[in-house]
Design a protein around this ligand. Structure first.
Ligand code: SF4
Length: 289
């Protein structure tokens, strides 16, 4: 396979065939993120992508999922994306789920009908970083979208029939806005009503603008218990029709897996016990972002 630069994929795509159709991220401005800092955004040539699908046909015979990476690969023009999906279906009949990264810009560039066409062509799940529902925080971290836009684009994507998985970032609002961020993020998640929410706990990466703010004393990272309290408030304020709120990533202090709405009360009680010191938490040296 032709892999250029760093390749990222969601944890749930760990066993998937990774088909890189873009390099980097077309936004590349979020202040906490260093994923694609060294990469220039580009869409790879059809020739390279098709050769990779041929390679997967020969060498990835048992994988049933495929993930289209990198950054916001949904930004690939419609005709080319449909061709790629058609070739995947033709050459990799065992693949029964195809996923992709999306953001508000790439969703906005597709019409509702185009998103439905992609879903009908086999695109099953899209992953989007919301990070926060708090407009002040979204502006500070240069997410490139406000909460209204996140809600509109999230709803647009789910209306196509595709499954949506959202990521939120515990701690990203700093100490000062921690609880506001938690409540506002719950509001946005409730309005979008995705199938999956993944909560990650912020770790500051040297070289990122947010790390520099931290070094200058302009950003204060919430401590362990403040992050847990933030997660608890976020879950309290999130109403999903039938979804999952998971915060069991390597960065989290307490693994949380909640089916909502059924397990909301017991999850809040679990976090209460952790806040009261009845459950031991992951030490910082075992965390990874
Ligand atoms: S968080 Fe996502 S959208 Fe923001 S710069 Fe990183 S990859 Fe791009």
């Amino acid at each position: 396979m032709d892999y250029q630069g760093n390749i990222f994929r969601p944890p749930s795509e760990a066993k998937s065939i990774l088909l890189q159709v873009t390099t980097g991220c077309s936004h590349n401005k979020c202040t906490f993120c260093d994923m694609y800092k060294g990469s220039r955004f580009s869409i790879k040539s059809d020739e390279t992508i098709m050769a990779d699908i041929d390679f997967a046909e020969q060498n990835c015979k048992w994988q049933e999922r495929l993930f289209i990476c990198d950054g916001d690969a949904l930004i690939v023009p419609q005709k080319r994306l449909l061709n790629i999906l058609g070739k995947i279906r033709q050459k990799l009949p065992r693949v029964n789920r195809i996923g992709i990264y999306a953001n508000t810009k790439s969703i906005a560039m597709k019409s509702e009908q185009e998103l439905q066409e992609l879903h009908q062509a086999g695109l099953d799940i899209a992953y989007m970083g919301v990070e926060s529902g708090d407009d002040v925080t979204l502006e500070r971290i240069r997410k490139g979208s406000d909460s209204k836009r996140l809600i509109e684009m999230g709803q647009k994507l789910t209306a196509s029939g595709m499954t949506l998985s959202l990521t939120v970032l515990i701690g990203v609002a700093g100490r000062e806005r921690s609880q506001i961020h938690a409540r506002e993020t719950g509001r946005v998640l409730t309005a979008i009503d995705p199938k999956y929410v993944g909560g990650l706990s912020l770790m500051l990466n040297p070289g990122t603008p947010l790390y520099e703010e931290y070094e200058r004393g302009e950003f204060q990272l919430p401590d362990t218990l403040e992050m847990l309290a933030e997660l608890q408030t976020m879950i309290e304020h999130t109403e999903l029709t039938d979804g999952y709120f998971h915060a069991n990533h390597a960065s989290n202090y307490l693994p949380v897996k909640a089916r909502l709405p059924e397990q909301k009360a017991e999850t809040i009680r679990l976090i209460d016990r952790a806040l009261n010191g009845e459950i031991s938490l992951k030490p910082d040296y075992l965390r990874a972002f």
